[in-house]
Design a protein around this ligand. Structure first.
Ligand SMILES: [Zn+2]
Length: 311
């Protein structure tokens, strides 16, 4: 005992024990990088204290056109796992970042790579030859598939399995966190479906084709887009066609992703009497959409309250 009362012995011992107590827990955190904020939210929910998840794209940015900032190279170099949407959503910025990051673990062939689209319900799959004609940015099917809560469930399960494979010691925690998330999601789905039930098959027009999975999940009918093709800005001719279509079919809503300019939606709304609803398509797209489940809370409520006014 008296040895420990001696500061010359005690202080170095204390320092050493602090180092040993503090560092292993810190050092063991898995670094999960994701392209989308939605995947980072799911990875953090499933990984809990074992992981540190961060996305490259923020929820208020167009996920097709993300700046390949050099700061991401170091983060990707240090990452244990990478979650991507696939379907060439990240074709414009991820390949050069991965080349420079020099981290085999998170390359498509590496153990830490997860393509979130695998196993999900992917819509608008091409039936013929794949082409990027006219700048179509959805050549392999619609890459906004995370906007279907059941796809969120599939992605969460894939993340849990991947985390368990990379870190078997944490497997029980990942399974527990996944079960907790699925229970919350199932309860939330019942709430969202009930909120939108009075507006079954309501017709909507959207700016970009971000919402086919969302519309399918909640029985909404997307009848047109402000973009003539995904990734191509509205042309005068196309705006005229959309105005005619909306007037003929009495379409009450135009959904627009938060990162587009309001000018064209407002113009079309002015000619049709429709309402423009700003929708966050990803976690962080607006402050209230702080995680995967609250993203849907926000979007469902925006559509329901706008349609209720139009009824
Ligand atoms: Zn898109």
């Amino acid at each position: 005992m008296h040895l420990l009362r001696n500061p010359r012995v005690f202080l170095p011992l204390l320092l050493i024990s602090c180092l040993f107590l503090a560092s292993p827990a810190e050092a063991k955190k898995l670094k999960v990088m994701t392209t989308l904020a939605d995947f980072a939210s799911l990875a953090q929910t499933i990984g809990g204290d074992h992981v540190e998840a961060e996305s490259i794209a923020k929820g208020y940015q167009d996920p097709h056109f993300v700046e390949a900032k050099p700061s991401f190279i170091l983060k990707l170099h240090d990452a244990d796992m990478l979650v991507v949407a696939g379907l060439e959503l990240e074709i414009g910025y991820l390949p050069p970042l991965l080349d420079q990051a020099r981290n085999e673990k998170i390359r498509p062939t590496g153990a830490g790579y997860l393509d979130a689209s695998v196993g999900c319900d992917i819509l608008d799959r091409p039936t013929g030859q794949v082409t990027r004609a006219m700048g179509d940015v959805h050549p392999y099917g619609n890459p906004h598939f995370w906007l279907d809560p059941n796809n969120g469930r599939v992605i969460a399960r894939a993340i849990a399995a991947k985390l368990a494979a990379l870190d078997p010691a944490g497997a029980a925690d990942y399974a527990k966190n996944l079960a907790g998330f699925e229970a919350k999601l199932t309860a939330a789905e019942a709430r969202w479906t009930a909120r939108l039930a009075p507006f079954k098959n309501a017709k909507i027009v959207t700016y970009h084709s971000s919402w086919p999975n969302f519309a399918k999940a909640f029985s909404l009918d997307v009848v047109g887009y402000l973009e003539p093709k995904p990734g191509i800005p509205p042309t005068p001719q196309h705006k005229l066609e959309i105005i005619n279509l909306m007037n003929a079919q009495k379409v009450p809503l135009i959904l627009m992703e938060v990162y587009f300019d309001r000018k064209d939606p407002d113009f079309v709304a002015g000619k049709t009497g429709a309402e423009v609803v700003m929708m966050p398509p990803s976690v962080g797209g607006e402050p209230a959409a702080k995680d995967y489940i609250s993203l849907f809370d926000v979007d469902v409520e925006k559509i329901a309250s706008a349609l209720a006014k139009k009824k």
